[in-house]
Design a protein around this ligand. Structure first.
Ligand code: B1M
Length: 225
């Protein structure tokens, strides 16, 4: 696919144009483009531009919301193709996923969930603004192997630690691996709060989830975080 098409996808996000975003996603699928390439080279790049423009005061909250709607429109078209990849595999592990309390950013978390599903994980997406106790209750209900906590704000990152504390309080911490991610999150932060791993993007989250499943199966293996 030409770089013009990726540029068009990127611009559709900056312009907050859901119809264009979804039409270009459809064209990409027809042309045999991998959904993840469309997301990474087109739409997510557009979101990056939006974040920069917002930070410079060149875009405002309603613009950012329109961009999010455009991103969701594109993902709605690409999602079924992505998920097809996961239907014929044995369950790789059970993941309870959500964005932490006080934080309503959902796109990155949803993308992580989609890719985990595409790679055979059974994902229970709790949505956004999820309290630690709810993560713990759902981890118990679904017998989760992994709890994944996303945070996009420096102010809500600390609630990732709260999720770990809730799992400890519920007596689940030893049974459940915790992975954290989101734009402001770092490997150092993951280590500081006692998470089992950090992933910088959705594909790395799949690799990390596989690694965490291996660690669960062989608890004596030294953990590489
Ligand atoms: Co907001 N926002 N936002 N926002 N927003 C950011 C995050 C910001 C960096 C923009 C900026 O200033 N440059 C900034 C945060 C600053 C900070 O704290 N460091 C910010 C702000 C300030 C705010 C508000 C406070 C604005 C206000 O009200 N004044 C407000 C907060 C609301 C709240 O949550 N309480 C707010 C609101 C919003 C919208 C609602 C308008 C909208 C979200 C809509 C929605 O999700 N439905 C929005 C958006 C769209 C953004 C930006 C532009 C884009 C986020 C996004 O979707 N990125 C963002 C700027 C940016 O990040 N560049 C920004 C695309 C997505 C694919 O990437 O989410 O990073 P990302 O996910 C990646 C990785 O991080 C990783 O994998 C994903 C895929 O590769 N990952 C994980 C994510 N979660 C993971 C979990 C894992 C592993 C990996 O394991 C569990």
């Amino acid at each position: 696919m030409s770089s013009d098409t990726y540029q068009g996808m990127r611009q559709s996000i900056v312009n907050g144009a859901p119809d264009t975003a979804s039409a270009l996603a459809q064209q990409a699928l027809t042309a045999g483009i991998a959904p993840l390439d469309a997301i990474n080279n087109g739409y997510a790049a557009g979101m990056h531009d939006v974040g920069e423009q917002f930070a410079r005061g060149e875009m405002f909250l309603p613009d950012m919301m329109a961009s999010a709607e455009a991103m969701k429109a594109a993902m709605a078209v690409l999602e079924p193709e992505l998920l097809k990849l996961g239907t014929e595999r044995p369950v790789a592990g059970v993941v309870v996923l959500g964005t932490t309390k006080g934080d309503i950013h959902e796109i990155g978390k949803t993308l992580v969930g989609m890719l985990l599903t595409a790679h055979g994980f059974r994902v229970h997406d709790l949505g956004v603004d999820v309290a630690g106790d709810r993560f713990a209750a759902k981890a118990r209900e679904y017998a989760a192997d992994i709890v994944g906590v996303s945070a996009l704000l420096t102010t809500t990152m600390r609630n990732q630690r709260g999720v770990i504390e809730s799992l400890e309080k519920a007596g689940l911490r030893s049974q459940v691996k915790v992975m954290v991610g989101g734009a402001p999150v770092t490997r150092a932060w993951a280590a500081e709060i006692g998470a089992d791993g950090y992933a910088k993007d959705a594909m790395s989250a799949v690799a990390l989830a596989r690694q965490l499943m291996q660690q669960k199966a062989q608890p004596s293996v030294k953990e590489v975080v």
